[in-house]
Ligand binder design. Structure first.
Ligand SMILES: C[S@@+](CC[C@H](N)C(=O)[O-])C[C@H]1O[C@@H](n2cnc3c(N)ncnc32)[C@H](O)[C@@H]1O
Length: 110
């Protein structure tokens, strides 16, 4: 796992000790790998994943259904236009994705 993700998980874990229902979004969640790591660290958090690809989301659903705890909510959608209100999440992750985005799209997602 990359250091940035570790830092976010550590920070979110500190918060979750005080408030069990923190919300974390994994942007471009792909097959759910990162959500699986986050679930292992934050068993009480509400986890969300969004990705463009319905096929990856199917795989994510399968992988995450095998995990204990609350299911992650998976949505098909575009990271350029997230369907959530401002400040809805206490943490977000986005792993192995920015390098694949064209510069203009990358800026918008950021
Ligand atoms: C290299 S994969 C990384 C997946 C996952 N984050 C991981 O680390 O395993 C890149 C992902 O970005 C998704 N993606 C690309 N452009 C996107 C966009 N505009 N909005 C949402 N997802 C996007 C792809 O469908 C793919 O699942």
């Amino acid at each position: 796992m990359k250091n940035g993700v570790r830092k976010i998980i550590f920070w979110a874990k500190c918060r979750s000790d005080r408030s069990p229902k923190i919300r974390v979004l994994d942007i471009a969640c792909g097959t759910g790998r990162t959500l699986k790591f986050i679930r292992a660290t934050l068993p009480k958090a509400c986890l969300y994943g969004i990705d463009l690809s319905p096929n990856y989301l199917k795989k994510a659903n399968k992988l995450l259904s095998e995990e204990l705890g609350e299911l992650s909510q998976l949505l098909q959608g575009n990271a350029e236009n997230l369907p959530f209100r401002e400040n809805y999440f206490q943490g977000t992750t986005c792993v192995f994705t920015f390098h694949e985005l064209p510069p203009m799209v990358r800026q918008k997602v950021l």
